[in-house]
Design a protein around this ligand. Structure first.
Ligand SMILES: C[S@@+](CC[C@H](N)C(=O)[O-])C[C@H]1O[C@@H](n2cnc3c(N)ncnc32)[C@H](O)[C@@H]1O
Length: 235
């Protein structure tokens, strides 16, 4: 299957190794738990009531966002190429009684099988872990209905993101495992928007995701220098 080429086994292995910590609120995924309410808020701000909306969460991992959207009544499918994160996601959904359809399938393959089917697609903190992010962006654009929404979040390629997301978070504070991120793989908003537009998406909103690991303060703001989220609409 040619689509599986767009997977870096080393990246998948990183997340397989720490998957057991996915729902530990004080563990390696603490930052994702802490920013989840604000990214959910950004999504709902654009989608409105998500009850009964069909949403695919691409690179869902252990299901932090997927579950939170399903809890609000959306019909959520979570896709990822990591087996262990998906096992953890399924187990957690059983424990909480939240219904999410988890599948191990590349985004490109899912898009081929489900063209223009969805009300929304979310793809959070995943693009910086794939060999060819533009191919994932195209897949997200292909699976959403015309007029539907695609949300991307990732890390900007700036000196500030290197200092905060790698030096501070990984090397000094050790709030995420050393080696989680490669600065080369970070994506400037202009680049992401360029790719999105190439595949028929129009960027209609952008926000910075501010997270201070020391004060644990988190909020959306206008500073896209480190972590940011985009809302795109399919033309
Ligand atoms: C940092 S986690 C983000 C999890 C989730 N999106 C969130 O923000 O809560 C990155 C996820 O991307 C997944 N991933 C990495 N490469 C992938 C690929 N090529 N296809 C699908 N998922 C991938 C990893 O397995 C991992 O679960």
């Amino acid at each position: 299957m040619s689509q599986t080429i767009n997977v870096n086994p080393e990246e998948i292995a990183k997340f397989e190794k720490v998957a057991h910590q996915w729902w530990d609120l004080a563990g390696d995924f603490k930052p994702l738990h802490q920013i989840n309410p604000i990214r959910q808020q950004f999504i709902i701000q654009h989608l409105g009531d998500i009850f009964d909306k069909s949403i695919v969460d691409v690179g869902c991992g252990g299901g932090i966002l997927a579950e939170s959207l399903a809890k609000l009544g959306a019909n959520v499918t979570g896709i990822d190429m990591g087996e262990e994160p998906l096992n953890i996601a399924k187990l957690h959904a059983l424990e909480t009684g939240v219904k999410v359809d988890y599948q191990q399938i590349p985004a490109e393959q899912f898009a081929l099988e489900h063209p223009e089917c969805l009300d929304a697609v979310t793809c959070m903190e995943m693009l910086e872990h794939v060999p060819n992010p533009s191919s994932v962006i195209k897949a997200c654009a292909d699976m959403v209905k015309p007029g539907g929404y695609v949300f991307f979040s990732t890390l900007n390629k700036t000196l500030k993101s290197y200092l905060l997301a790698i030096v501070a978070a990984e090397k000094i504070l050790k709030i995420v495992p050393d080696g989680t991120h490669e600065h080369d793989k970070f994506i400037r908003p202009s680049q992401l928007i360029n790719w999105a537009e190439k595949y028929g998406l129009k960027c209609i909103d952008a926000a910075g995701i501010h997270y201070n690991p020391i004060t644990e303060n988190h909020k959306l703001n206008n500073d896209l220098d480190v972590n940011y989220i985009l809302c795109c609409q399919k033309v």
